[in-house]
Design a protein around this ligand. Structure first.
Ligand SMILES: *[C@@H]1O[C@H](CO)[C@@H](O)[C@H](O)[C@H]1NC(C)=O
Ligand SMILES: *[C@@H]1O[C@H](CO)[C@@H](O)[C@H](O)[C@H]1NC(C)=O
Ligand SMILES: [Ca+2]
Ligand SMILES: [Zn+2]
Length: 607
């Protein structure tokens, strides 16, 4: 059985570079390339409105598949699928229509709807999967009924829209209304207007079915779907710490329609959505839900090659999950539509859209690295994740190392937020180095989990070595990490990862100082309103990106932090920040251009 709400969602299946930064220098060569809460409004829904009726459905799987007569095989998946479904259900021509479909690595998927007088049904639908010309599964909720309403509406669309708006305390969002049939619990079939209403204040986005003859509201579909993913939860670094099934991990404040719906045409049942599409080789090769209800349960087997068994699926699911999580977290801290983020649909909130992240999992163009290309706002960021064969066999997949994914995604954030969304502003070695630093810092921030700031290594799983991909762990202890500002003098051309490690270690010290002073919030990933040090830190980091100039130097980036604190906290942390910068040589009198020199001074009022 598949739930009707998911059947309904199946109706909407749709398939769908430049500042560039690599992730890691190879170590001996050092990681381098990365080339509100809702007001209490009681809505009509809460009082009266039923969920969409789910007609009884059948679902059958056929193992190796069952043959179809050769005469059924047509030129297109559409025609073939319509012919098969007509035959299976004994329907007349015109009683079934093709909604959508596509071919993946393994199978062809078709989604169809019961139809009367060319009007498709909302909730009487079928899905068919073919593999090598054989039927491998078939599900249907088609109904037999004599009681079908006239296809000619007797209520005007404007009236129906007003009814829908009143019913949900929302506003019609101007998505074109449609006329469809809706099967009701008594098996009669109503003609309905399909109308989307929204209310941002209460996070509402409903598709409402208003009877086109009587004007009554029958039911509605909540576009916010539930979901679950078997992944390395953010907070853990890699698959070595174990997978966990995450239910509904999406943050509705950041992704109002969840992770699988762009609010335009599609609710996906695969690793694609409004913020990212995760695929291998081409965008058709996503991973489908493993069970209806947006459940993505594929277990990564570390004893097998990344390409074997369920591993490619597990990799796509983890990559999809992590990019979405970072989207949602960064959104809370200011990487929004207006701030040039990556989304297909910006929901009218500003910025350029149609630029969700293209997450190319297990990319074969490279090894032992990853990269993220960040073109201007309005064009998709593209992340390529490679396999790693440095110290361990079987090979390791960066897609199971969250620190690598987070590092990459953060290149997207820093490239977009610096200089106004052009993707052009982190190009000098020094500013690229800062970029590497923010990227490691975000991965670090995500994994810190208490008031005790732990030393941090990045990419340990991918690298196959606990020491990870950087020369030293990030640490407040100069014995463990001796890097200071003046070490920029030792960075050679192309050495942005070396420069990045200097900046990331400075920021690690800033972080530790803020957390020591203000404590640690364990809800910082979803609540940006706390007063704790880790919350402050991420606010200041993202604010500073937007403040600093194009091609920032280290001293500019530092000044942007001080200004960010002035802007957001009235300078409450000014002296604390200066002292943290000074601890690694980036005081007021540091010499910010080559030859670089440490500085120990703080402003007079901080001395
Ligand atoms: C924090 O993370 C470390 C490393 O993963 C883990 O050992 C520790 O138990 C975690 N602490 C808390 C409070 O979750
Ligand atoms: C891990 O990397 C460190 C630093 O490069 C090196 O000293 C150590 O030998 C490596 N360990 C293993 C097990 O390869
Ligand atoms: Ca955008
Ligand atoms: Zn990088």
């Amino acid at each position: 059985m598949i739930s009707a709400s998911k059947l309904l969602l199946a109706l909407f299946i749709a398939k769908q570079a430049v500042g560039s930064a690599a992730l890691f220098e190879d170590h001996q060569t050092v990681l381098n390339q990365c080339t509100g809460s809702a007001p209490e409004v009681q809505t009509y829904r809460e009082r009266f409105i039923a969920e969409v009726f789910r007609p009884e459905s059948t679902f059958q799987t056929y193992g190796n598949g069952i043959d179809i007569p050769s005469s059924f095989v047509k030129n297109s998946l559409m025609e073939t699928a319509v012919t098969i479904v007509q035959d299976k259900l004994g329907l007349k021509d015109g009683d079934v229509s093709y909604t959508s479909g596509y071919s993946s690595e393994t199978s062809d998927y078709a989604y169809l709807a019961q139809t009367h007088r060319n009007i498709p049904f909302v909730n009487a639908i079928a899905n068919l999967v073919l593999k090598e010309g054989r039927i491998v599964s078939f599900g249907s909720s088609f109904v037999k009924t004599d009681s079908i309403a006239s296809p000619h509406p007797s209520v005007r669309a404007e009236i129906a829209i007003r009814t829908a708006e009143r019913a949900f305390n929302g506003v019609y969002n101007r998505h074109p209304t449609k006329i469809q049939y809706l099967v009701l619990p008594d098996s009669s079939v109503a003609l309905v207007y399909v109308i989307q209403v929204q209310n941002d204040d209460i996070d509402l986005w409903q598709e409402v079915y208003v009877d086109a003859h009587t004007g009554e509201v029958h039911s509605a579909t909540d576009f916010v779907s539930e979901s679950g993913y078997e992944v390395v939860p953010v907070g853990r670094q890699s698959v070595l710490q174990g997978l966990l099934y995450q239910e509904d991990p999406e943050d509705k404040q950041s992704s109002p329609l969840g992770w699988h719906n762009d609010g335009k045409t599609s609710t996906s049942h695969d690793t694609s959505g409004n913020n990212v599409i995760a695929f291998i080789n081409n965008q058709d090769k996503t991973t489908r839900e493993s069970a209806s209800g947006l459940q993505f349960k594929y277990i990564y087997d570390t004893t097998k090659d990344p390409k074997d068994a369920a591993n490619p699926d597990a990799a796509r699911v983890n990559a999809f999950y992590v990019i979405n999580k970072i989207h949602d977290i960064a959104y809370r801290y200011g990487f929004t539509e207006k701030a040039f983020n990556f989304q297909s649909n910006n929901f009218g909130k500003g910025g350029a859209e149609n630029d969700r992240v293209l997450m190319w999992v297990q990319n074969g163009n490279g090894k032992n690295n990853a990269n993220f290309a960040a073109p201007p706002d309005g064009q998709s960021g593209t992340c390529k994740m490679f396999l790693w064969d440095l110290n361990k066999m079987p090979m390791r997949d960066g897609d199971l190392d969250n620190s690598v994914i987070i590092h990459e995604m953060t290149h997207g954030i820093s490239n977009r937020m610096t200089g106004g969304g052009t993707g052009r502003c982190l190009q000098s070695v020094e500013s690229k180095g800062l970029g590497e630093g923010w990227s490691d810092t975000m991965a670090n921030w995500i994994e810190q989990n208490s008031t005790y700031t732990r030393d941090y290594t990045v990419g340990s799983y991918a690298m196959g070595n606990e020491s990870g991909t950087r020369r030293f762990p990030y640490s407040t202890d100069p014995e463990i990490n001796p890097l200071r500002f003046q070490h920029l003098n030792q960075v050679q051309a192309g050495g942005q990862h070396q420069a990045g490690q200097i900046w990331a270690n400075i920021l690690h010290n800033v972080y530790a100082t803020l957390v020591k002073k203000h404590g640690f919030s364990s809800t910082a990933k979803t609540n940006p309103n706390g007063k704790e040090g880790n919350v402050l830190f991420l606010h200041l980091m993202l604010d500073a990106l937007a403040i600093q100039p194009c091609y920032p130097r280290f001293v500019d980036a530092r000044d942007a932090w001080i200004q960010a604190d002035q802007n957001r906290y009235n300078g409450a942390n000014k002296c604390l920040l200066w002292k943290a910068f000074v601890s690694r040589g980036l005081g007021m009198n540091a010499k910010g251009t080559p030859p670089y020199a440490d500085g120990e001074d703080v402003p007079a009022d901080c001395a």
